[in-house]
Structures are given as C-alpha cells and as structure tokens.
Design a protein around this ligand. Structure first.
Ligand code: GLC
Length: 646
C-alpha cells in the first residue's frame, strides 16, 4: 500500500461534509502517516547532524501552508480521496495550450471554457503563466516567479476566477512547476549576481573552470545548437553558473536544503491556488554529480518523492506529472520504485508510446511499437500515463536501441532515416517537419512540426490534392483514435483538433528564430473555428471526428486506465491491434492500419477474441455492422476500428 492509499483509508468513505475540525484531524493524520518517510528522505539528502533545524522548518512550513489552503480546496481534497484514483477514470480528455497564443489572456480563456466543453475536453494543461523575463524565456520555462501571474496573462484575481469556473464545470487544471531551474532574473539569481554568497549557493556557481570542466566531462548537451555546454559565465557575478538548458536558465542547487525548502514553499503556494495536477518540469535533472550524466540519479528520485509526500500532507487531492522524456525504463521509475513505489509521481508522459507511434508512421509498421510497449516494466496500479501525439516540444527518438537492433535495423541509421523522413529530406515523404537541435558531432537530432504537417496535410493542401488531404485527415484521426483508446489520459495539443499546420512566423522573431519548436506553437485559428460545421473542409472533419471519438471514449468503461491492455500480434506488421478490458464483456478491440495500402487480418483472430460472430462485427465509431465473407478482414489505409465484444 502506498501513502496515498493509506490517506484514502484514513479519510474514510465520502459522507457528510467534514467539519474544519475533522479536516484538521485528517491533516495531522496525514502528517503522522508520512512522517517517517519524509524524515528518512530528508536526512538521507541532508544529514541530520547538520540539518536538524532545517527539518523543523519543513514541519513548520507544512503547518503554515495547510493553514493557508482555502477551505474549498480542503473539501475538494477529501472528495477526491473518496473518488479513489480519480485520474485513472476514462472520463478525462486533456488539451494543452499557451494561453496567450490560444486566446490572449486568462479572462478570455474563462470565456472560452464552452469551447472545451463542446469538444469534450475536461482537463487543461496551461503552459507557464507566471512572470518571466521579457526577452528570451523559453516560452515561460525561464521563471521570474513561481506563483505571480505574468501581467500579459492577467491578474491573480483573473486566475482565481478561472480556476473557480473550471472547478464548477468539472475541468481539471494542470500547471507547470519548473523545478530544475529559475531564470537569471529570478530574485535569487539577482541576489547571486550582486555578490550575495547565500544566494550564490542556491545555484551551482564556480569561480573558475575547474569544477565545470569536471562536470562537463560526462554531461550531455540538451540544446547543443543554441546553448552548447552546461555552464555560462556571468559577468555580473564573475562566476560560472550551471545552465543545462538555456544560458538564461540557472540550475538550482538541491544539495542545499534551503533551496529544497524554498522550492517546497513555492510548490505548496502554487497548489493552494487551485491547481489539480502539477507538472514537474525537467525533473530528471534535479541532482547533479561529477562523473555522471546527472540525469535520473537516485537522489533526484528521493527529492521528487520528498516533494510528493509533503504535498500530499498539505493537499492530498493534488497529484504530480513527471515530465521525464528519458529512456523508457527510466520514465517508469518516476512512478517510484521499491519503498518509493507509488510515492513519486501519479502520472508520467508516455513518451515511448508517442515516439513509437511516429516511428510507425514513417516505417508503416508497428513492430517497434509493440515490442517497446511490451518491454516496458509494469507501472504501479495507482499510476497513469498522459498519452499524446504532439506537444510544444520536439519528438525525441529515445527508443531502446536493443529493440531497434532486434528488428534488424541499425539504431543510428534508423534514427537518421526517421529524421530524413519527417524533416523534408526524402522526396517521397509527405511529412513537412523540421529538425530540432541537430548535433553534427553525434549526428543526433530531434523532430518538430505540427501533427497535421508531419502527417502530410500541409503538402496535400499545397498540392490541392483532395485524395491526399483525405488520407492525411484519416491519419490524424487514426493517431488520436489510438491514444483515446490507450490506457491513460489522452492529451490533445491545441490546434490539432483543427488540423493546424506549421507556423513559420517564429522565423521573423529574434527571440525565437533559433528554436524550431516554435513551428508548432501557432496562434489559435478562431476563424476556422467559426466556420466549423458550416464549411465542409478538413478542419470540420478532424474536429467533429475527434469530438465523436472523445464522446465515445466516455461511454466505454473498458477504456479507463484501471482496465487491462493487451497488444496482439495480428500476423500483419502494418496493423496495430490492441484490446482493452478483454477479459470482460465490456472488452473493446482497437485496430489501426499504418500502411498506405489496404491490409488484412485473419477473422479467426477476431472471432477467437470474441469480437466477431458468424462473420459479423460492429464498428463502434460509425455504429455500422459489417459482414466479412472471406476469412480476412480488410482495413483501408489509416483505417481505425473500435470493436465491441459480440
Ligand atoms: C521541459 C519543457 C521544455 C523546456 C525545458 C526547460 O522539457 O517541456 O519546453 O524547454 O523543460 O525548462
């Protein structure tokens, strides 16, 4: 039993509205239940002999932040606990967006809530909205404050109003917590620059290159093109500072307990503003050690768990998403292992699934996808995935090399092929993507571009080729139809619901031109939205297709994450065939054809699994029943089927 399960048992069945006294008792019980683990984790990172007083400060912080937590949120916490693992319900469908690019500001976003409701979206990831430098700021991932709303987005009041309205409508809110670094304009960084030694110890700062060189010997580069190396010389401070991401993002020094406590305070304050899910940004990088790549270190996991267990004491209804775009088995580790199992993050991005889906698009085969998903270590029962196709970042090709080799491909050549396929280096490829952070020394690169452009819509529109447009629309719906049926929360990237293409305007902006991820951060196309349903075009087909799939998903209990998933071998590598909740009569079988040609599957497989009877099956997506006369069921290119048990 993990700590969350213990807290649920303590909270009991949801009954009468708990009194403030009862709520306080529950807080004390949670504190007691987590105490030993918190203490153990804290002193293993910060030895007791030196840091006993810091631990007292941690205890005080939990009490004061609990006191500050608004009453409505305290009640919601208890309701959430009564709902079990609420985030595993099949009812959630998410959307990720930049508020400014979507509609301007938080006030306008509140007015747009009906847009989400109409599509069936009830989970929003708002990209950073707190204060950031006015120059380059990595889309807000360089933070000047963890809690103060940036005036471009509105006021504190606008934010609180938005969260209230979202709660009333049952829309869940996810915000970022940029836990690894601050901007170089953050108050701590400004103090450090002015020579304040206390704050210089908040970061990894060094007077000369000795230590940086020792670190560099093993550190990879995250942004090799725009920000080579992992250290930046600050002329104001006259010291080197560790900057793993951009030069203006200073890595926090978590070997200093004051940094942990200050960041915990920021986390709790943010949670107390009415956030449901906190996205722990770049959490794999939290602990640095000379002689290592300084990613996914055991201490990083201990830190995440420490944050988790403290947050749980104050706000048990708030959960954490791991933004760990790392090797497949390293991602699963963020759900917690050993004694930390279930005590780290409840959700993680299913980056393996995402990257393998794109691999299937390029190769037209699903062998790597099936192999990789089957090869993933099982995740703890109480955890879930965010399933996505595109997000604001690049598509990294982080497959397990052994799987690529086992399929007879050379890993390096295969990655090269994928870059070529998606980034306009092959004449026959319909994809219009761009390379992100090509490293000429290693030959590594990542891919960026919008879903629609990567799936051929941009080229098809340019060529005014109706058949190609249809093919691309089908591919978009197939890709989303897969993640809408997979175990986890599907997250749609805003604009994908309209088939929005690459946005090249970033090339004219000095702050952005070097970062090709901006190609997929377009201004939302409200003109197209206003034409939905009145104009018969690709946007309408995608929008209404998605709307229908989302609604269908909500009606199918088999698609909730607590239900099983089995990836079947269909005897045809072009097809992805997986089953949800197959042991029960609610079972759903999902079939998708990644090839450009029709492909077949034996009907005997469908009959044996219980999805076909006397040659007849039903497709839930169009509701139609079909009879198959031969022993083979044919799927047209990019066709997607969701079949119910017979
Ligand atoms: C995460 C964000 C990415 C950002 C980086 C540094 O990976 O998703 O956009 O550049 O962290 O904060």
């Amino acid at each position: 039993m993990n700590q969350a399960a213990i807290h649920k048992t303590l909270a009991g069945k949801p009954g009468r509205k708990p009194t403030p006294g009862k709520l306080k008792d529950l807080f004390e019980m949670r504190r007691a239940a987590n105490f030993t683990l918190i203490q153990d984790l804290f002193f293993s990172l910060y030895p007791e002999a030196r840091y006993a007083a810091s631990f007292q400060n941690l205890q005080k912080l939990l009490s004061s932040q609990y006191k500050n937590r608004p009453a409505a949120l305290k009640l919601q916490d208890i309701e959430r606990q009564g709902e079990g693992n609420w985030y595993q319900s099949g009812a959630w469908t998410g959307m990720q967006l930049y508020v400014d690019r979507f509609c301007g500001d938080l006030k306008k976003l509140k007015e747009k809530l009906p847009y989400f409701e109409a599509l069936g979206i009830n989970f929003l990831h708002l990209m950073p909205i707190t204060k950031r430098p006015s120059g380059p700021n990595d889309g807000g991932y360089a933070v000047n404050s963890y809690t103060e709303i940036d005036p471009t987005y509105g006021t504190e009041e606008d934010f609180i109003e938005l969260t209230k309205a979202m709660r009333e409508k049952g829309i869940c809110l996810m915000l970022d917590f940029v836990v690894n670094h601050t901007s170089d304009e953050f108050p701590w960084a400004l103090e450090a620059k002015s020579g304040n030694l206390k704050y210089q110890e908040f970061y990894y700062t060094f007077p000369d290159r000795n230590m940086p060189d020792l670190f560099e010997a093993h550190l990879p580069e995250v942004f090799p093109e725009t920000s080579p190396g992992n250290f930046t010389y600050s002329t104001e401070m006259e010291r080197w500072v560790m900057t793993v991401f951009n030069t203006y993002q200073w890595d926090l020094n978590y070997t200093n307990p004051v940094v942990f406590l200050s960041m915990l305070e920021n986390l709790l304050e943010l949670s107390n503003k009415g956030v449901d899910v906190i996205r722990f940004d770049a959490l794999a990088f939290l602990w640095k050690k000379i002689g290592t790549v300084s990613q996914n270190l055991p201490e990083a996991h201990q830190l995440v768990s420490l944050f988790r267990l403290c947050l749980q004491v104050v706000a048990p209804g708030v959960i954490i998403l791991a933004e760990a775009i790392v090797a497949p088995e390293e991602i699963v580790a963020y759900f917690g292992k050993g004694i930390l199992k279930g005590n780290e993050c409840e959700i993680a991005y299913n980056a393996t699934f995402m990257a393998c889906l794109w691999n299937s698009v390029a190769t037209k085969k699903t062998n790597l996808l099936r192999r990789s998903l089957r090869g993933l270590p099982p995740k703890p029962d109480a955890s879930t995935w965010i399933n996505y196709i595109r997000c604001h970042d690049d598509i990294g090709l982080g497959f397990d090399d052994s799987h690529i080799s086992a399929l007879g491909w050379d890993p390096q050549t295969h990655r090269r092929f994928l870059l070529d396929y998606f980034c306009q280096r092959l004449d026959w490829s319909p994809a219009k993507g761009a390379v992100f952070m090509y490293n000429p020394f290693t030959g590594d690169g990542r891919i960026t571009g919008s879903t629609a452009s990567l799936l051929g819509l941009e080229q098809a529109i340019e060529e005014k080729d109706v058949l190609k447009i249809t093919s691309s629309v089908n591919k978009i719906l197939m890709m989303y139809g897969i993640i809408l049926a997979a175990p986890g929360i599907p997250l749609i990237y805003a604009g994908d619901e309209l088939g929005m293409l690459n946005d090249y305007s970033y090339m004219a902006e000095a702050d952005k031109v070097m970062d090709s991820r901006w190609i997929n951060r377009p201004l939302h196309d409200w003109e197209t939205v206003s034409g939905l349903g009145t104009v018969e075009n690709h946007a309408s087909r995608i929008y209404f297709g998605l709307q229908h799939l989302i609604a269908l998903r909500k009606e199918l209990p088999a698609l909730a994450d607590a239900r099983s998933v089995t990836y079947h071998d269909a005897g045809n590598d072009h097809l992805l065939v997986f089953e949800r909740d197959g042991e029960t009569e609610n079972g759903v079988l999902i079939l998708a054809n990644f090839d450009e040609n029709p492909q077949v599957v034996r009907t005997s497989l469908l009959s044996a699994l219980g999805y076909m009877d006397k040659g007849q099956f039903q497709n839930l997506i169009d509701g139609k029943k079909q009879k198959v006369r031969s022993g083979l069921l044919e799927l047209s290119p990019a066709e997607l089927l969701w079949l119910p048990k017979c």
